[in-house]
Design a protein around this ligand. Structure first.
Ligand SMILES: *[C@@H]1O[C@H](CO)[C@@H](O)[C@H](O)[C@H]1NC(C)=O
Ligand SMILES: *[C@@H]1O[C@H](CO)[C@@H](O)[C@H](O)[C@H]1NC(C)=O
Length: 200
């Protein structure tokens, strides 16, 4: 009985914490003009979210883990926004930034796509001068996502990716298991982990 009670209250607490992180993202983006979900539907202990049209600059990095991918990738992406582009101009960027990671048989691969948002006011972003960097336009997409607002290390974040994967599988949710998304909204650990909803 006690065990069941504890499990329920832990789930409830996780849900509250996740919801708080999502609310923080929405508040932050209202003030700071970052890219936030257009629709948030609370599901069990994660959310379904729709993101509307979105433009990114991204680069693929092959390395041991996503932290190292971000160090390598973000430098290139910041260079793009600071004149490393065909127009030789500053391209305004915003939160979130992060990585797409890939899974094979539930195992995180050593291949990542690092991304950074380009603000929507930029129409036709200039071409990158670095051939390994590209700008992409993402049509509206739904995700299953969970928010966090505490600084976590590499391993803790990987555990949370795996946990979300397991929870979605257990709930028989339609989602694409081949890749996940980690998106950071500030440097104090406000972030989201997501899998793309399939069949939308
Ligand atoms: C970024 O730009 C600086 C200055 O132009 C250059 O020295 C550096 O190598 C560039 N870094 C990457 C990763 O392209
Ligand atoms: C999952 O995503 C990958 C990579 O974008 C894509 O190639 C694949 O077709 C997707 N699978 C499903 C079931 O949507």
């Amino acid at each position: 009985m006690l065990r069941i009670f504890l499990t329920v209250s832990v789930l409830f607490w996780n849900q509250l914490a996740a919801q708080k992180a999502v609310d923080e993202v929405l508040d932050l983006c209202e003030d700071d003009n970052c890219f936030s979900p257009a629709v948030v539907i609370e599901d069990k202990n994660y959310d379904e979210m729709e993101f509307k049209f979105d433009q990114l600059v991204e680069t693929e990095v092959h390395t041991v883990n996503f932290k190292s991918a971000m160090e390598i990738g973000l430098e290139k992406l910041f260079n793009y926004s600071h004149c490393g582009n065909a127009a030789g101009t500053v391209v305004p960027i915003s939160a979130p930034w992060g990585v797409y990671g890939y899974l094979e048989n539930g195992k995180i691969q050593q291949k990542f796509k690092v991304f950074l948002e380009i603000v929507p006011e930029v129409i036709n972003p200039p071409e990158p001068t670095d051939p390994t960097v590209k700008t992409v336009f993402i049509p509206p997409v739904w995700y299953f996502a969970r928010g966090f607002d505490k600084k976590l290390d590499e391993q803790q974040i990987e555990e949370r990716v795996t946990q979300l994967l397991k929870d979605l599988e257990q709930d028989n949710q339609p989602f694409n298991e081949t890749f996940f998304l980690i998106a950071f909204y500030n440097t104090h650990g406000l972030m989201g982990i997501a899998f793309e909803k399939a069949g939308e």
